[in-house]
Design a protein around this ligand. Sequence first.
Ligand code: NAD
Length: 731
Amino acid sequence: MLRYKVDAGIAWLTLDNPPLNALSHALRVGIVEAIDRAESDPRVHAIVLIGNERAFSSGADIKEFAGGEFYADPFLPRVVDAIEDAHKPVIAAICGACMGGGLEVALGCHYRVALADSKIAFPEVKLGLIPGAGGTQRFPRLVGLETALNLIVSGTTVPASLLKGTALFDVIAKDSLADAARDFARKLAERGYPVRRVRDLEVKHPQAEAFLQFARTSVATVARGMAAPLRALEAVAASLQPSFAKGIATEQKIFGELIAGTESQALRHAFFAERAASKVPGISEKTAQRKVAQVAVVGAGTMGSGIAMSFANVGIPVTLLEAKSEALDRGIAGIRKFYEGAAAKGKLKPEEASRRAGLITPSLEFAAAGKADLIIEAVFEDIEVKKSVFRELDRVARKGAIIATNTSTLDVDAIAAFTRRPGDVLGLHFFSPANVMRLLEVVNAKKTRPDVLATALSLARRIGKTAVVSGVCDGFIGNRMIGPYFQQSLLMLEEGASPRQIDAAIEAFGFAMGPFRMSDLAGNDISWHIRKRHYAEHPKMRPMRIADRVCELGRFGQKTGAGWYRYEPGKRDAIPDPVVDRIIDEERRALDLAPRKFSDAEIVDRLVYSLVNEGARILEEGIALRASDIDVVYLTGYGFPVTRGGPMFHASRMGLRTVLRRMREFAGNGHADPQFWKPARLITQLAAQGRTFDDAAASRSKPQSRPKAKTIARPKMKAGKKASRKEKRRG
Ligand SMILES: NC(=O)c1ccc[n+]([C@@H]2O[C@H](COP(=O)([O-])OP(=O)(O)OC[C@H]3O[C@@H](n4cnc5c(N)ncnc54)[C@H](O)[C@@H]3O)[C@@H](O)[C@H]2O)c1
């Protein structure tokens, strides 16, 4: 963990906890013991603390948050104190990552020598925390109040060179860090090895109060409801008082409150959930992968164009195939416009923008896909169209090429069976806009080969996507869950809520957008198309007349200027529309329903628990490998509030018994779809055992297929006043 070597009067303390020198308990023990040893070693005049090439230290070992080791003696603040208290000068020699707790260790040192490209950051706010080992007090003493506040509140990473001119670094070296540290120690020798403790400095600012007041307003705006950035500001502000000890006490208090709070727990869960999602049983680093140097995308519509750009953005050449030349021209023009726009806004250099656009080659000939290592189909969502395209791809694709479908709802096993090589087929479900959205559902079909899956997972990383593996079912993880969520929104409309009340309630809970604004953005015709398929497949299903009538008027959302709301030309503000209110009124009357009042809490619970109940079924069926994968899908693809950690984490924190009681209550409302509200077996089991979704381990190694379409059951009893009265009694 820590190597100790003395050479020419210098004790070299090398942090050795690869890959990034996370400050685990063992490493913390190692540092303190080595400092004590160097202090009493008569050969030693100066001490150098140094890391490896990749990191001085990336900070706390956050795995230790869950167990007790994080607080185990020596707790990080005590390690920093031990370094600062040393009587022999301690020099931090920094290269690579020097972040969070790692930076706090460096601040405890008396001097700092760094390579110019070292990465300096306090990323704690991203986990809902603040630096808790003196960072909020020592950092402003060296870089000034404003710079410290900017970096601590934003969590941004900057190169050491950017902080040149502040007192943070005594030397910024270009190469050979060890030589620079040795030279610096020699200079200290000339001055009699003085120590200089950061805690003895003062933070000075000509107009501190005015600056803090301004900062409070701007931080509150960008923090979007998150507590940590404003609490970080409060801690940094405490560094202005002359007493270092009082400032540290403020920091400790805030840190303690945040680490115990839901927000930080949720953000830490999200962090680990994303890491866990890339681990798939049966797939390891040793699993063979196929080479992907050339991609073909079929269909130059909304999705195909975005998918093509995702590959061009990382330098992978793409052939973009279309059936019709007008569609191809339109797609290519859209791509050019996007890149030109990015260049005009200064987001890309013009030559880079045209290089990327140049990597996309249009074609009307299927044969052009013959050389591709990966072909992604993004044509109309119609099984017959998919069939003809896959038959053709099977004919032209080279042996060993991976063939993927971007279908949202169709059966990937059936699509794979259109080819003579189903082992090479899988689903790659991108989200719109595909070149922007981070989520990628990787659909592992019944016959998908492990090397195909492994290749898709590493390719996702290459193009900057967060991959979550799903089994085959209608809608996979994300869209299958959004079905009941949207269904509950529509049922609540019938019962008495309005689109704006529902949107406002769930947006206040933290969703980026409520169901009706989201549907207007995505296009109401998409869900209408799916509903019509479900009506055809399940003739007894009750049609959702309000939603259908909105679509029958051509109100497809923002793209047609009207949907659940109306939109002024060129604007995106959702304006409530009496036309929609009238449709809702008429349909309520047709259903013989007297409108009742909804509390925001009921709206939120009905929407969020509809996600949770379907999510639990998805887990039971092995469609998702773990509850946290479902959370990743909702956090990265559906705007679920990150401070609540995703639907399954949220339900676990509420307590599954509480969730269960609420579901039973909804089941008692004849109009809320009692069939749907029958709690998933998994929830009943876990609740009975006092467990949470966190404990529900993945039970299957390969997500299972469930090709049967998922539809919304018709309420058993006729929706009527009786149910409304019952709800009213409940208040
Ligand atoms: N739009 C979304 O938000 C979204 C999100 C995820 C997945 N999807 C899925 O992606 C697929 C494409 O959706 P979209 O929204 O891009 O549709 P779109 O209508 O915008 O584009 C489809 C394109 O496919 C082309 N096409 C049709 N038949 C073809 C053929 N035989 N050969 C070559 N090209 C052909 C059409 O000309 C059209 O340009 C669908 O399966 C859809 O379910 C859509």
